[in-house]
Ligand binder design. Sequence first.
Ligand SMILES: [Zn+2]
Length: 134
Amino acid sequence: MEYILTSKDFTEALRKGKFVGLKCKQCGVYTVPPQKVCSECSSEKMEIAELSRNGEVQTFTVIYIPAEGFKAPYIVGLIKLEEGPWVTANIININPEEATMELIGRKGRIDYKEVPADNFSGGDRIALTFTLIH
Ligand SMILES: [Zn+2]
């Protein structure tokens, strides 16, 4: 079994300006971030597909004790992409101190930021970000 799209490929694509995932050739469902098999039907028959970057906040939390390389407070959101999958992303263009439940349902765009290496990663890494559309 081979990886069609590795985490490294996913990161490198973002750095080149492309947000990609895997589209299942069997059921049509998108899997993001990349996995070995389709998140819906477990098929290995998937192809790389560029994503729209459009999404909607499903839920979120405000982090006050930061992970290594992050500055608190910050907002971690679960974002439903236009193509279907849910991803975790930092919601960046709102003050975390002013976040309310009204964030849920807000639309925005996925991008990324560089995050310094920590004790758990092999080198510099990225985090997905989500910019709300006003
Ligand atoms: Zn599938």
